[in-house]
Design a protein around this ligand. Structure first.
Ligand SMILES: Cc1cc2nc3c(=O)[nH]c(=O)nc-3n(C[C@H](O)[C@H](O)[C@H](O)COP(=O)(O)OP(=O)(O)OC[C@H]3O[C@@H](n4cnc5c(N)ncnc54)[C@H](O)[C@@H]3O)c2cc1C
Length: 400
């Protein structure tokens, strides 16, 4: 049997790889999307789509469907738990810039699943589940990729390979690219419940960053659930974190009667801040979590990965159609790697510092700086543009 030939192989059918495959297929490129899992993973991690991401996704025809499934959150809150003071940020204030002036609350797997189904219906796209990239070799004319499946190894030859295979990317490892940064010492616990938390907390927004001198948490609504994200103490074991005792303690602090709350999911996450040293080596490029990781405060991981996918694929289409030289792929690396360092990493680190500022004087200063930000129209607009990720896209576009 001959070796299958395609123009682009994409490793990983998470939200980012699926978007890249859909974009390329829509532009007439022959693509193969391969995924080690047996379906688009029912992944609960990302729940926020930012405004410019929704504009990009509209180009591949999925935004309206996501809006049908998801919840529009034009307003998000930063709340001082003890005093009850709320600082409100309203994205309709930037509706002169944002076509979708809200955060869309919708679990990431809806996007990956929707795109995989659409790709399967196209002649120039193939989706292979239960096919794991195990080997990558490139030469001057292309890339050879070996895919392990249940009964053997499938060999594919392509002109370009995109590694969208997540945090443990084997594509990144085959390329020998360092993944510098650090792993937070504390783990993060995410609990979800169908309980109507809004019935216990007045004026709750759909997205809430809540803190006081001792603790912080993120409280987010997705269509059918409330999700709570809390940091774990370093000495708390996984067994304890997943226990009813911990669940009760967390919800005691939120709704008062934690023992009465039933949860639908309890998940522990390790969180990292890491950036690949290169986003492109020859005919191989990295996008999404394969290229960078950050804490979830602000909802930037998947969104920035989709921004990578668009940036790269736009250039790749031009190269494959003979309209641009391969050098343009270096520009992908420069633009996206620069904003990953300058924006995504910096902003998520700052968001984490803001949440865990600490006690007494540190907490007073935190409240003071949020108040100053929320009450200054110019600073507030700049903050909204930054947190909605418009600024980082403009910064990337300015790099030549
Ligand atoms: C608690 C939490 C909340 C978050 N909330 C948000 C949010 O609201 N907004 C946001 O933007 N981001 C958020 N993130 C981050 C977001 O989940 C990730 O950035 C996003 O999932 C990255 O997508 P990806 O497609 O690059 O990688 P992944 O989603 O990890 O997908 C990679 C895919 O590659 C497959 N794969 C791996 N290895 C191979 C192989 N060798 N061969 C074939 N397939 C392979 C995997 O099975 C997987 O399906 C959150 C993260 C956490 C932990």
């Amino acid at each position: 049997m001959g070796i299958e030939q395609v123009q682009v192989v994409i490793a990983g059918a998470g939200p980012v790889g699926s978007v890249a495959a859909a974009y390329l297929a829509q532009h007439g490129i022959k693509v193969l999307l391969c995924e080690q899992g047996n379906d688009a993973a029912q992944d609960l991690r990302a729940s926020t789509f930012h405004a410019p991401t929704l504009e990009m996704l509209d180009q591949i025809g999925v935004t309206e469907k996501l809006i049908e499934i998801g919840l529009k959150a034009p307003v998000y809150h930063w709340r001082d738990r003890k005093s009850g003071e709320i600082f409100s940020f309203d994205l309709t204030e930037i509706s002169d810039i944002a076509r979708y002036p809200y955060r869309l609350q919708c679990e990431q797997y809806h996007l990956a699943k929707m795109l995989a189904d659409r790709l399967e219906a196209l002649d120039n796209a193939t989706v292979l589940f239960e096919h794991r990239v195990v080997d990558v070799e490139q030469d001057e004319t292309g890339v050879s990729v070996a895919l392990e499946h249940m009964t053997g190894i499938k060999h594919v030859r392509c002109q370009y390979l995109i590694g969208a295979d997540g945090a443990n990317s084997i594509v990144r490892k085959w390329m020998g690219i360092d993944f510098d940064g650090f792993t937070y010492p504390e783990k993060f616990l995410c609990l979800s419940t169908e309980f109507p938390v809004e019935s216990k907390i007045p004026d709750l927004a759909l997205v809430n960053y809540i803190s006081d001198s001792d603790e912080w948490l993120v409280l987010l609504r997705v269509p059918s659930l409330w999700r709570v994200l809390v940091p774990a103490l370093e000495d708390e074991t996984d067994e304890y974190l997943l226990s009813d005792e911990k669940k009760t303690k967390v919800f005691d602090g939120i709704v008062g009667d934690g023992a009465g709350i039933e949860t639908q999911h309890r998940t522990i996450y390790r969180v990292h801040q890491r950036v690949a040293k290169q986003f492109r080596v020859g005919r191989v490029a990295l996008i999404g979590d394969a290229a960078h990781l950050n804490n979830p405060l602000g909802g930037f991981g998947m969104n920035s990965g989709i921004h990578d996918a668009y940036n790269l694929c736009e250039k790749l289409v031009a190269v494959l159609k003979g309209e641009a030289s391969e050098d343009v792929l270096d520009l992908y690396d420069r633009q996206r790697r620069t904003v990953t360092h300058a924006f995504t990493q910096q902003q998520t680190l700052a968001n984490m510092e803001m949440m865990r500022a600490g006690q007494d004087e540190a907490h007073r200063q935190r409240v003071e700086s949020m108040r100053a930000l929320a009450n200054d129209p110019e600073k507030r607009r700049e903050f909204l543009m930054r947190q909605a990720m418009f600024s980082s896209l403009a910064d990337a576009a300015a790099i030549v």
